[in-house]
Unconditional design. Structure first.
Length: 67
């Protein structure tokens, strides 16, 4: 099982780095296997941040974590 969260972090040696609309993202191979080729990050005031891939909502009620 994978825990999904958004955090301020530093890139590890095995992490992948991409920039989408001027926002940098890093993720590891386990996350890529679970997420696939599509991920939407959404914010709804009453629900917090949501991570949604093409098949399902992966996580909701998220807050940005610090280091």
């Amino acid at each position: 099982m994978i825990e999904f969260y958004l955090a301020l972090d530093e890139r590890g040696l095995e992490d992948t780095f991409v920039i989408v609309d001027n926002v940098p993202f890093i993720y590891d191979h386990k996350a890529l296997d679970e997420i696939g080729s599509y991920l939407m990050v959404d914010f709804i005031g009453s629900q917090g941040l949501k991570l949604i891939n093409s098949n399902q909502t992966l996580a909701y009620g998220l807050r940005l974590k610090g280091l």
